[in-house]
Design a binder for this molecule. Structure first.
Ligand code: KG4
Ligand code: ZN
Length: 336
């Protein structure tokens, strides 16, 4: 229930949960005024993945220039509130954004709005589509794979989650073993275009919770296939392995999500998170949902981490009276 709705409310939001330092201004939850993302991918690439301490240090260096750039054309007087990602993510990385946002909100005497990163990913759909709750969301990112009932803008119920690796993690680890750079999902997507699904890969069964996922067995199967092929003195066909893995992940996600939508009576399905940029997964969902479900996909540029999605969710949180107190902290893990 909304406590109040404000018109032309401009929220400046900050996101620093992983390896992107980002700031954005969004009006009334849906209209992006500015959106700045400074990625550290090139720095972490040399290590094959994100190094938490290096990420925190770079957030520290980048946050002021990124926020200043997001404010270009606007003054602090134009901003009605500050939003910030407080969980989940790398703790040292989150603390940079939270501390900065706290200082800014205090200095400007503006409300500070806490935003859960996963809720932010869901809100990325509000930036480029007319999607409104209720709907069933599938969040697929580097750290999470969640099926979530979104009954209202601030009301969620998680009905499935991964027991081990996230879908993005499975892509990244397999990609690394194939010799692709970080972040591997992007390179698997490209390689799969020229590949065929020739490698048989398992679809792990998860005992108990019907809508939970497990990707660690699939990851191990890819690593074992690569290893065994090399042992035999043969060469792995990276394009074919990329296509096989992408198809398998896609089948698993579609199977569970569509079954969950049927079980919980949702006619609308929405994808969000970095992995939802995958062209094979997008196409496969489009085909599977045709004539059965209305499918919403975020624009590819809003799938990965950004602050516009945080500003969007901050608007709905604020409208529902969710405002941080002065003791707001950061948390590495958190339920949605
Ligand atoms: O949402 P995100 O940017 O950060 C987290 O919150 O984790 O997701 C990052 C993940 C990485 O695992 C990356 O490999 C994956 O999203 N990813 C992709 C694609 N683009 C990014 N995975 C598959 N295909 C893509 N095109
Ligand atoms: Zn994310």
């Amino acid at each position: 229930m909304f406590l109040f709705e404000s018109e032309n409310m401009k929220i400046l939001a900050i996101e620093s949960s992983c390896d992107e330092t980002a700031a954005a201004i969004v009006e009334d939850g849906r209209k992006i005024l500015t959106n700045v993302v400074s990625s550290q991918i090139d720095i972490h690439k040399q290590y094959g993945g994100v190094v938490p301490e290096i990420a925190s240090r770079h957030h520290c260096e980048n946050i002021l220039p990124v926020v200043s750039q997001a404010l270009e054309g606007y003054s602090f007087e134009d901003i009605d509130a500050i939003g910030v990602t407080y969980a989940p993510g790398l703790i040292g990385a989150l603390l940079v954004g939270v501390s900065f946002a706290k200082g800014l909100a205090t200095a400007l005497s503006k409300p500070l709005i806490p935003v859960n990163h996963l809720q932010g990913h869901i809100a990325s759909l509000y930036l480029s589509t007319d999607l409104k709750p209720p709907f069933l969301a599938l969040i697929i990112s580097g750290g999470h794979t969640h099926i979530v009932e979104v009954s209202d803008y601030t009301k969620y119920n998680v009905i499935g989650r991964t027991r081990d690796d996230a879908a993005g993690e499975c892509f990244d680890k397999a990609a690394r073993a194939l010799g692709f750079p970080y972040p591997g999902g992007v390179y698997i997507d490209k390689a799969a275009v020229s590949g065929k699904c020739t490698y048989p890969l398992p679809k792990p069964k998860v005992e108990g919770q019907e809508f939970d996922f497990s990707f660690s067995g699939l990851k191990t199967a890819v690593l074992n296939t690569i290893h065994n092929t090399k042992q035999r003195g043969e060469e792995i066909n990276s394009n074919d392995m990329a296509a096989s893995l992408q198809q398998t992940i896609s089948d698993i996600l579609i199977d569970k999500t569509l079954k969950a939508a049927e079980r919980y009576n949702y006619k609308t399905i929405a994808l969000a998170g970095g992995v939802s940029a995958n062209s094979g997964i997008r196409k496969a969902f489009e085909n599977a949902c045709e004539n059965r479900f209305k499918l919403y996909l975020p624009e590819k540029k809003y799938c990965g981490d950004n602050a516009a999605m945080i500003a969007s969710q901050a608007y709905y949180n604020f409208s529902d009276g969710i405002i941080a107190t002065s003791d707001l902290n950061a948390y590495a893990t958190s339920n949605i």
